[in-house]
Design a protein around this ligand. Structure first.
Ligand SMILES: Cc1cc2nc3c(=O)[nH]c(=O)nc-3n(C[C@H](O)[C@H](O)[C@H](O)COP(=O)(O)O)c2cc1C
Ligand SMILES: Nc1ncnc2c1ncn2[C@@H]1O[C@H](COP(=O)(O)OP(=O)(O)OP(=O)(O)O)[C@@H](O)[C@H]1O
Length: 355
């Protein structure tokens, strides 16, 4: 159980339903990425908090009120069900810490992690509603997407959930599928014989988009830039010798990486104390194996434009803005240096126009 708090706001993270704060208003799903579709599903749960019995949004109950508050809660599975079924670790768009930060910024009060194991995966839809949602989480309201499936072998649909929850007088909001509107012409019909499934905002679509290096589309689907957050650790100290010192990032092991290559990025240097604000910078980033210097392992390194001080031990949040080019093996360090110079010029131009 964790209580992650920053700037006075916090998200209660419960590693089982026993540790959850109740009663709850629940959004259900995996929520990897906390993308625009997920945000729509979470919204009704936020709106419901404090709304019962005439309490307005955000208003607090009087201290002596007999009524307990309803906690806006995201209920998800941990580990990711894909990991349970395949036995393979899954790289995530938002590893746990990042997911918590995103939920916090939306105003979610609690994240409940349901251990996805044999027992949970064997629950029928009826058992899931009765045991987990009603008895353990004392759920007062539920929100899911239109294509939400649950229970053993994903046999329960969003409509089934609505029917089952009605027995306990729990209202269920079914959120219509959110699509990438940029893909669709004004009449809403799909283009180039693609199905609406190709345009549905999903974790899978964002992963594919990042793998292709289409950062602008990923930003649109997420509703914010895709970020890599990590601690600056020592590299081989070669960067300085070619005039482009780089901050090598240590990322969470389960962080999903986009296409290898060079990017224009914005970089936030997190401050160690809460009284100094984080600083924002522009930069270029390389994700790859550095074939020119016979690198063997994959690294993520950022060169900040207009920055000369030491960054070791600092935490950086790197926001991806645009993919510039694939990584290449250059015949000499001089050739690599000239190319990085060019990358910086292109990045400066892009970053001065893109917001
Ligand atoms: C903007 C940028 C572009 C890069 N492009 C390449 C590349 O195309 N090929 C390559 O082998 N290394 C590339 N690198 C990685 C450099 O080889 C690396 O920064 C240098 O070897 C320093 O490594 P170090 O930080 O471990 O000392 C790039 C680095 C940056 C910052
Ligand atoms: N585009 C969307 N529009 C509306 N609801 C969505 C959308 N995508 C997901 N949801 C809903 O949000 C909740 C969490 O979704 P979940 O993360 O399980 O699926 P997903 O984003 O489609 O990911 P994946 O691609 O891995 O299936 C579920 O209730 C799901 O139905």
């Amino acid at each position: 159980m964790l209580n992650l708090s920053q700037n006075g706001c916090s998200v209660w993270v419960a590693s089982s339903t026993k540790l959850a704060l109740t009663p709850t208003a629940v959004a259900l799903g995996k929520f990897d990425g906390v993308h625009l579709g997920h945000q729509k599903v979470i919204q009704p749960v936020l709106q419901s908090v404090g709304n019962e019995e005439g309490w307005g949004d955000g208003e607090k109950l009087p201290e002596n009120s007999p009524q307990k508050p309803t906690y806006s809660t995201v209920v998800t599975f941990h580990p990711h069900p894909h990991e349970f079924f395949t036995g393979q670790p899954r790289a995530l768009l938002t590893p746990l810490d990042e997911k918590v930060q995103q939920l916090r910024s939306l105003g979610v009060e609690q994240l409940v992690l349901l251990p996805f194991d044999k027992e949970l995966s064997a629950l029928s839809p009826e058992e899931f509603v009765e045991r987990i949602l009603v008895q353990q989480l004392q759920c007062q309201r539920i929100s899911v997407g239109q294509d939400f499936c649950f229970g053993q072998k994903r046999t329960g649909t969003a409509q089934d959930l609505q029917i089952l929850a009605a027995k306990y007088k729990i209202p269920v909001t079914i959120v219509p599928i959110q699509t990438d509107t940029n893909d669709l012409p004004a009449n809403g019909k799909s283009v180039n014989n693609t199905s609406s499934e190709d345009h549905r905002i999903s974790t899978s679509l964002i992963r594919q988009t990042l793998q292709e290096g289409d950062i602008q589309r990923a930003t649109r689907l997420l509703g914010r830039p895709y970020t890599l957050t990590g601690l600056v650790i020592p590299g081989q100290h070669l960067g300085k010798t070619i005039g482009f010192p780089t901050a090598n990032l240590q990322l969470p092991k389960d962080k999903f990486l986009p296409r290898q290559g060079v990017y224009a990025v914005r970089v936030i240097i997190l401050s160690e104390t809460s009284d100094t604000p984080p600083t924002q910078n522009l930069g270029v980033m390389n994700i790859g194996n550095r074939p020119t210097v016979n690198g063997t392992d994959s690294s993520v390194e950022v060169h900040l434009l207009n920055w000369s001080a030491d960054l070791y031990g600092k935490n950086l949040v790197v926001q991806l803005v645009k993919f510039l080019r694939p990584e290449q093996k250059f015949p000499s360090l001089e050739a690599l240096k000239s190319q990085i110079q060019l990358d910086c010029t292109v990045a400066r131009e892009i970053l001065s126009t893109e917001c």
